[in-house]
Design a protein around this ligand. Structure first.
Ligand SMILES: Nc1nc2c(ncn2[C@@H]2O[C@H](COP(=O)(O)OP(=O)(O)O)[C@@H](O)[C@H]2O)c(=O)[nH]1
Ligand SMILES: [Mg+2]
Length: 328
């Protein structure tokens, strides 16, 4: 995830790049012994400078965007969900093409300038270069626009700490997910933007001794039944699965959340299918309102009763993933 937020510079539009390239060349002056020689030198220097501005700008973008490595499934998936892997690859390779095309034009038009026999000839070769280079940059203007958009989307991806073990909370709306998160977080949970939903996700940090855990509440993603979720949200859920070391599924048997327990249990099955291999702890909330008599762990997120036991059970399910205690 860190890679996605990797600092990508502001992506200029085609017009802005050309402005920059040709504004700067106006300033270059080269002295020469005779008039003809001076004009040629000036023209070549201008062509070289414009080429440098264009190709280095384009290549900087190509390098700045995360390279999509087949082995990094998570990164690839996040890119797919945000802007599309194929579109990103295409845009970057088009920029690469444009950068080398401009360099090729530089060679071609520099030799035209050299071999020209009049001031006018040298000048018109330089102008012809400007025209061709501009049209190359204009050809990738859509790609530049797309990359500016992609950069924006990447910046919205929350900055999760991948080094921290992560628990994801699931369950229907109003079952008490946020309440639980507040109860177990050492500070007020932070709201982070998530590119696939209009609602922010809440991230809390749970501290136990020297260890810290990340707990995430994902409104709009794991709180509805499958058939109601659109494709983008489904992909978001898929991306979440790389992050989750364990899932806490909260049921509300009092049904004061407004959903029947049956529907809640169907969502539980859907979540199980979405997160194969991830341990899921199923608990009941609002025990202050109703004791279902089941043998699931129970709590009241408002009073705090049962919360420490649930937190302990959750941590036990991921303890095999913990590194050793540091030795002091
Ligand atoms: N009586 C009772 N109400 C609770 C409990 N936990 C949460 N609530 C209430 O249920 C409502 C929804 O809680 P919230 O945490 O926002 O649910 P979320 O949508 O799952 O995040 C709020 O009015 C809470 O005060 C509980 O243990 N007992
Ligand atoms: Mg909530």
């Amino acid at each position: 995830m860190q890679n996605l937020r990797k600092r990508v510079p502001t992506v200029l539009t085609a017009d802005e790049i050309l402005d920059k390239a040709f504004r700067r060349v106006g300033k270059i002056d080269k002295e020469g012994p005779v008039h003809m020689d001076m004009v040629k030198r000036k023209s070549m220097a201008r062509i070289a400078s414009a080429t440098d501005v264009i190709s280095s700008t384009l290549q900087r973008y190509v390098k700045a965007f995360p390279s999509i490595n087949e082995r990094d499934v998570f990164l690839a998936e996040m890119i797919e969900v945000t802007v599309g892997v194929d579109r990103l690859k295409k845009a970057l390779s088009n920029l690469d093409w444009a950068a080398s095309k401009v360099k090729e034009l530089q060679k071609q038009y520099t030799s035209k300038v050299m071999s020209s026999s009049s001031v006018q000839g040298a000048d018109s070769a330089r102008k012809a270069f400007y025209g061709r280079a501009s049209s190359v940059v204009n050809k990738v203007s859509k790609d530049l626009e797309f990359l500016a958009y992609a950069r924006n989307e990447f910046r919205k991806v929350p900055d999760f700490d991948e080094g921290m073990l992560t628990m994801v909370i699931a369950g229907f709306p109003n079952v008490g997910k946020s309440q639980f998160l507040r109860e177990v977080s050492s500070a007020q949970p932070k709201v982070a933007a998530y590119p696939f939903t209009t609602q922010g996700i809440e991230v809390g940090i749970h501290e136990r001794g020297w260890r810290r855990y990340q707990i995430i509440d994902t409104p709009g993603l794991l709180d509805r039944e499958l058939e109601d979720r659109n494709r983008i949200e489904m992909q978001a859920v898929t991306a979440l699965k790389h992050l989750a070391n364990a899932i806490l599924f909260i049921l509300d048997p009092s049904e004061t959340c407004g959903y029947h327990l049956e529907g809640q249990l169907r969502l539980l099955e859907a979540v199980r299918e979405l997160f194969p291999g991830v341990p899921i702890l199923v608990v009941e909330n609002k025990m202050d309102l109703l004791d279902s008599g089941s043998d699931r762990l129970k709590m009241s997120a408002v009073s705090g009763e049962g919360v420490p036991q649930i937190m302990s059970a959750l941590l036990t399910s991921i303890e095999h993933l913990e590194g050793p205690e540091p030795m002091f």
